[in-house]
Design a protein around this ligand. Structure first.
Ligand code: P6P
Length: 345
């Protein structure tokens, strides 16, 4: 008589299965394919995850190690003082894609021109666009910050090494997301099939699936903007701020690191905005490796992202580091901001 084994405790089985839902497996599940393109995307996301783990580890020990915090003394292509963490994180993304055969070019906030990895270029058809550390003003004060990434397919041969094919709208993105270095390290991504949350389990050294198909609420109480720029804005934005000041049910949150503010907006609803100012009429935030990847995510989650006059994902940039005004978040809250812009048109 064969001994009938006790049925598996399903709760254990489910936990085990959840712990085995790594990022690379999730990508293949999303694509329902093991074909070469799916394998490429899975491998790309795995490398992004490795970059996130390396940067998170560096941050976690920053105060204990020499030469991690503080400024390098240099100024980047954006005219911003460079933090040592900016340089480290930028190098991490380059290193994780060497010998990958995947990524030929990397376009970064920290580099004026795209960086080519020659050994990958004959076969690597992907380009990584990224902001290695977004919100680096938070680095030395131990507040949350992030990395933002976007993956595009190279179009054409780029023989002149100018990567002109990158100057295209955001709906060309194959994948986009961010890594949030907070109390826990999270990786949030989309390959156009919804938005998914992964949380780093340091004991495993893996990002594990924690939430699938995240949807942004249609409305949230929080408006997120640097009101220190109030007198530099167009009157229509000042009218919107006066409205939320005098209307019950709104509150302000602003962290100085867009990834943190966007993550809160994605989870709780609301709106984040960085309008053009007198000093920067075109806005501060960069299109290709900050606003477009986040717009891709927020649209996938059922929200919206606009310049105020055009959907962010429709904007075709004229140059790699082009900036843009940004209004992003819940549908109803983005529409509320737009209603003030239209009133003043
Ligand atoms: P301000 C960080 O430099 C960043 O690009 C975003 O992460 C952040 O939301 C914004 O700039 C902060 O800019 O002018 O409010 O300090």
């Amino acid at each position: 008589m064969t001994q009938v084994s006790e049925p598996l405790d399903l709760s254990t089985d489910k936990t085990l299965d959840r712990d085995c839902t790594t990022l690379s497996r999730h990508v293949l599940q999303q694509l329902q394919s093991f074909g070469p393109d799916a394998q490429d995307l899975s491998a790309l996301m795995n490398r992004i995850a490795l970059a996130g783990k390396l940067i998170a580890r560096h941050f976690s020990r920053a105060g204990l190690m020499e030469d991690v915090l503080g400024f390098t003394g240099d100024v980047n292509v954006q005219g911003e003082s460079v933090k040592k963490m900016d340089v480290y994180a930028n190098e991490v993304f380059i290193s994780v894609f060497k010998q990958s055969g995947l990524v030929c070019r990397l376009a970064s906030e920290e580099m004026e021109k795209p960086y080519y990895i020659p050994e990958n270029c004959p076969i690597g058809r992907y380009t990584l666009l990224y902001d290695p550390i977004d919100g680096s003003s938070n680095t030395d004060i131990n507040l949350s910050l992030g990395s933002i990434f976007s993956i595009r397919q190279q179009e054409g041969t780029d023989l002149d090494g100018e990567a002109k094919d990158l100057l295209n709208h955001g709906r060309k993105q194959l994948a986009a997301g961010y890594i949030l270095y907070g109390p826990s390290t999270m990786l949030v991504y989309s390959i156009g099939k919804g938005v998914h949350f992964f949380t780093l389990d340091p004991s495993l050294g893996e990002f594990i699936l924690t939430e699938e198909n995240v949807k942004i609420p249609d409305h949230g109480a929080v408006y997120s903007v640097n009101e220190g720029n109030f007198w530099q804005w167009d009157e229509s934005y000042r009218e919107y701020i006066r409205y939320v000041h005098r209307t019950e049910g709104y509150t302000a949150r602003y962290s100085g690191a867009m990834v943190s503010d966007i993550h809160r907006t994605l989870v709780q609803g609301g709106v984040f905005l960085y309008p053009g100012t007198l000093k920067k009429p075109e806005g501060k935030l960069r299109l290709l490796y900050e606003s477009a990847p986040l717009a891709f995510l927020i649209e996938q989650a059922g929200g919206r992202a606009t310049t105020g006059t055009e959907e962010i994902l429709d904007v075709v940039p004229k140059q790699l580091h082009q900036r843009t005004p940004l209004i992003i978040g819940s549908k109803e809250d983005v529409a509320k901001v737009e209603s003030f812009l239209k009133k003043n048109d």
